[in-house]
Design a protein around this ligand. Structure first.
Ligand code: AMP
Length: 303
């Protein structure tokens, strides 16, 4: 079943202890769409400037990503510049240039309004709300954000969090937004605002998935080669939501959410192996299944 995503498409400039790249393709919606496209048809809503390469849009469209909700506006594409130290879990922002996002008022194509699965990717929370108002009775809505929006637009962010089913935050974000250091308590605070599930991305420590009455923890895959954690969170979310959308027609069970967490973790583990979306573009279904199987072997034990 179709999965709608709204989020940023960007030019990123990134430095990590393992190298540096300038003006590469990034953005929350780009990583999310590519990751999700291995599982379900994706409907992409975003905006880029005239400077964005047409070849990248063609590459997205060549996968199962409907780009009819992508606006190409006068002006320059969103830009993010950041760096990581050896603690790859923390992205330090140097510059954020909103550019075409400043005047973006997303209008959903009619054919997108019935999307049953919706992901409100990292973007201005007012735009996230705008999109949510335009979809008819979605089955499941998840949301991500970033410290930039927690700091700059806390009110609109709280409002949209109150309308979604799942939040997918990293540990720094959930601590900041909830005012609680302990992650279980932080999840309870956020669930008190509305969402029934909280997924906490903990970088190299994996993912903690909390809902009323259940907790599930997944490790990150211990990789030998890590270049750039940018996009890992969005790729996780893409694999997670993509898997749930692929289960359409059945009532989602606790095991579906657990498996979705493992598929998300598998996809994210590929993203960090290269800069930008390089690794994410050329995966095979076999690569993904094999990584999920490696996760199973990694965590299996008997009592
Ligand atoms: P993550 O998956 O959390 O590593 O997200 C990384 C992506 O988020 C990068 O490719 C950036 O282009 C994008 N990004 C960074 N800052 C923002 C922001 N304030 N709003 C929207 N997208 C952003």
């Amino acid at each position: 079943m179709s999965l709608l995503v709204v989020g940023s498409m960007a030019f990123d400039s990134i430095k990590s202890p393992f190298g540096a790249v300038e003006k590469v393709i990034g953005g929350s919606a780009t990583y999310f769409s590519l990751a999700a496209s291995y599982f379900a048809p994706v409907r992409l809503v975003s905006v880029v400037g005239k400077d964005f390469p047409a070849g990248v849009i063609d590459m997205l469209a060549a996968r199962s990503i409907d780009t009819s909700g992508l606006r190409i506006a006068e002006g320059e594409t969103f830009r993010w510049k950041g760096y990581y130290e050896y603690d790859l879990n923390t992205a330090h922002t140097l510059e954020t240039e909103l550019n075409v996002f400043k005047d973006f008022a997303p209008v959903l194509p009619d054919s997108f309004r019935d999307s049953p699965y919706v992901f409100l990717g990292n973007i201005d929370p007012r735009l996230q709300m705008d999109i949510l108002r335009q979809v008819r009775k979605p089955r499941l809505v998840a949301l991500d954000t970033m410290n930039y929006w927690i700091g700059n637009s806390p009110g609109p962010l709280r409002e949209v969090i109150g309308k979604v089913d799942i939040v997918v935050f990293n540990e720094g974000e959930i601590r900041e937004i909830s005012g609680e250091y302990n992650l279980v308590k932080a999840a309870r605070v956020v669930m008190g605002w509305g969402p029934g599930r909280v997924v906490i991305k903990r970088g190299e420590y994996g993912v903690l998935h909390i809902s009323d009455g259940t907790m599930f923890a997944a490790p990150a895959y211990p990789l030998e080669t890590i270049f750039d954690p940018t996009g890992a969170g969005d790729s996780f979310a893409g694999g997670f939501m993509g898997y749930l959308a692929s289960r359409a027609g059945t009532e989602l069970s606790d095991m579906d959410y657990r498996l979705a967490t493992m598929y998300g973790s598998a996809i994210a583990s590929f993203t960090v192996e290269a800069f930008s979306t390089e690794r994410l573009q050329g995966l095979s279904n076999g690569d993904i299944t094999e990584r999920v199987e490696s996760f199973r072997a990694l965590t299996e034990f008997q009592v």
